[in-house]
Write a protein that binds this ligand. Structure first.
Ligand SMILES: Cc1ncc(COP(=O)(O)O)c(C=O)c1O
Length: 352
């Protein structure tokens, strides 16, 4: 400060603002077609803060039943159990099903598309019409698609969420999140909660990493997708594979919707093996190029066994109800040579 109460260059304390974070927030706003974006220290922090902005104790919230397990956990532990929000999960692949669950006290639609880990889609513009008709804000977690492949705000969503930990940063060396919107009142409330209640802003160094990561987002996404498409096509014909989830496959039940609302199909493939839990784990351990890890969106290919890893913190019953079996494998595909990746999968499958 120059003098008491007078800030130098508008900055007085890093929790309220920092030039590197501001630069990232401007870029994220442009990337997401938002008027404003707010950067958080995790995707989870972005989700919690946005949902708290849009939902009051006792309200009713309709969520896609395919949302990321961590989102499910926080909707239940905080919103349902502490705040008394009635959280209802529905199969949002059908817009009619979502509309059937609308009530007078419905305060928020919480969607994700494609979902983690089963790559289900919801029709964002149809849902936006329903949301508008009932005056309910629509929030879409766009982490899997990235702004390069999908623009929920342009499709009519009110708020878009990203875990920047994933593709936006792209190098598995930063944890962060973002909320973007065209609604100044929502942005203002989210910022106030961030600055004065949670103090969950992204650090300047992480903001720098994400800024740098976004410079190669288009190149990385193109390569993630080329590889993912090749791997999905390889898996779909393999006798040890029971089902492949990838929106780029013509056999994906929502392939046409993906073509309409996305500019590509993304870099994540998940599939069920014709195998027991132990055999599925053994397959994963045999992989040499893929690293066993729960994250996604970095340049290296990873492999995850959702049953015992990324979805292990929701109960087995909930996992099964969400369609997550013990033979499900999720592969966030990196930017390596696709033949190296396919050969690695082939050799591990041959041991089954
Ligand atoms: C779709 C989706 N949203 C949000 C998150 C949470 O992000 P973070 O791990 O940065 O808190 C994740 C994490 O895997 C995710 O996959």
């Amino acid at each position: 400060m120059e003098a008491p109460g007078e800030t130098k260059n508008g900055y007085k304390y890093a929790r309220f603002g920092n030039p590197t974070r501001d630069a990232l927030e401007s870029r994220l706003a442009r990337l997401t077609s938002g008027s404003e974006a707010i950067a958080f220290n995790s995707g989870t922090a972005a989700i919690t803060t946005a949902a708290l902005t849009l939902c009051d104790p006792g309200d009713h919230l309709v969520a896609f039943d395919g949302v990321y397990g961590g989102t499910r956990l926080l909707l239940e532990d905080l919103f349902r159990d502490v705040l008394g929000v009635e959280v209802e999960y529905v199969d949002a692949r059908s817009t009619e099903t979502v509309e059937e669950h609308v009530r007078a006290d419905t305060a928020l639609f919480w969607m994700e598309s494609p979902t983690n880990p089963l790559l289900k889609l919801c029709d964002i513009s149809e849902l936006a019409d329903v949301a508008d008709a009932h005056n309910i804000p629509l929030c879409v977690d766009n982490t899997f698609a990235t702004p390069y492949l999908q623009q929920p705000l342009d499709l009519g969503a009110d708020v878009v969420i990203h875990s920047t930990t994933k593709y936006l940063n792209g190098h598995s060396d930063s944890t962060g999140g973002a909320v973007a919107t065209n609604d100044p009142a929502i942005a203002d409330r989210v910022s106030t909660l961030q600055e004065y209640v949670f103090g969950n802003a992204l650090s300047p160094f992480d903001a720098y990493l994400v800024l740098r990561g976004t410079k190669t987002l288009p190149l990385r996404m193109e390569q993630h997708e080329t590889n993912a498409q090749a791997i999905a096509e390889f898996l779909v014909d393999h006798p040890k594979v029971q089902g492949v989830h990838y929106p780029g496959l013509e056999s994906h039940p929502q392939h046409e919707l993906a073509r309409q609302q996305m500019d590509g199909f993304g870099g994540i493939v998940s599939f069920e093996l014709d195998a027991s839990e132990a055999e599925t784990r053994a397959f994963i351990e045999e992989l040499e190029v893929f690293t066993v890890a729960v994250s996604l969106g970095g340049v290296e290919s990873l492999v995850d066994h959702p049953w015992t890893m990324s979805a292990s913190f929701i109960s087995p019953e909930e996992r099964r109800a969400a369609g997550i079996s013990d033979s499900l494998v999720r592969m966030p595909i990196g930017i390596e040579d696709s033949q190296d990746l396919i050969q690695d999968i082939e050799q591990a499958l041959s041991l089954l």
